[in-house]
Design a protein around this ligand. Sequence first.
Ligand SMILES: *Cc1c(COP(=O)(O)O)cnc(C)c1O
Length: 383
Amino acid sequence: MTKSNIPLALPDLTGNEEQYVVKAIRSSWISSTGPFVARFEAEFAAACGTRAAITVCNGTIALHLALLALDVKPGDEIIVPSLTYVATANAAKYVGGIPVFADVDRQTWCLDPKKVQTAITERTKGIIAVHLYGHAADMDEINAIAELHGLWVVEDAAEAPFATYKGRRTGSLAKIGTFSFYGNKIITCGEGGAITVSDPDLEARMRMIRGQGMDPRRRYYFPITGYNFRLTNVACAMLCAQLERYEQLVERRLQICALYRNLLRDVPGIGMQKPAGWAKTSPWLFCITIDTPEFGRSRDQVMTMLAEQAIETRPFFIPLHSLPPFRDRARADGSDLLVTEELGQTGLNLPTYTTMSDSDVRRVCEALMDTRRRITGYNTRRA
Ligand SMILES: *Cc1c(COP(=O)(O)O)cnc(C)c1O
């Protein structure tokens, strides 16, 4: 009997998503004006603890819009982690900025404030802190460094909506927060994104840039060059339905990750992200690291063997400083990115989605441990 496929991620659209999308279509409000846009922006801001939220086409554009509003100039340096999705550093390049990579903390896998400090030069203008895999970065430390050097801070919260840092929600911990609603993220509308902001001037500026630069008091008058970065009412209909259930969705992800942790805790050679005392996570993809000598298999061997059991996994992000668009710059900096490099080589994402069952999680863990038993048996026979 062939086993059913366990994908890495699946959207959970089992609430009012379909009903609201149909409602949006029947109302004819299918572009970026309409009641679901306003409703989602108000409710998402409330959930994040900010004064406002602005929807945009995707999470990459949310970062791009933030950097446009912060007036990044060609040659400005922006400190970012190297262990992140490529969008974080791409956004810096869209506005002519130079991404400068800082290493991550060995426990939380988010920016190490000490490494941020040493990456600062007289050309540094800001920091993009990424809340990796659902865990908030050490924002008080990062904000304190930023304040000392007159830098702005943006939170890339694409992977961690509703996570908290010392009781405060991600998106409310810096000047601007950015989010992604791609199909595999914690809440989704297929392709979508948002910005959270509390400063009214910054909010107005970002709304203006998002809407082609149009003057809000004078229709079809464009005092600046803007973009069309708007999200549709149809997409926001889906997001309103997702947001109605966000506490449930996060809770189920926490349960899945707790079960993974319990089942894998004592397996030699498997490491996990260690949530800091101040963090309440909102888990995106469950992660492990594989210490090859101890586990008996390399990360890539494990991935292949799990794929043979119809279990989809994903390696960690390839550290951005090793990719062609960023490579030379990172070398010139003599970057010290040892933790990032180690995680990039050993890290693995396991299937994580709210509609997976506890027995699916058990099947993944058993298959994972089985990859190890097979090598142990082999070694025993040889010895
Ligand atoms: C998903 C993601 C993004 C970008 O999101 P898109 O909606 O795919 O453009 C940005 N940063 C991080 C860290 C992400 O994980």
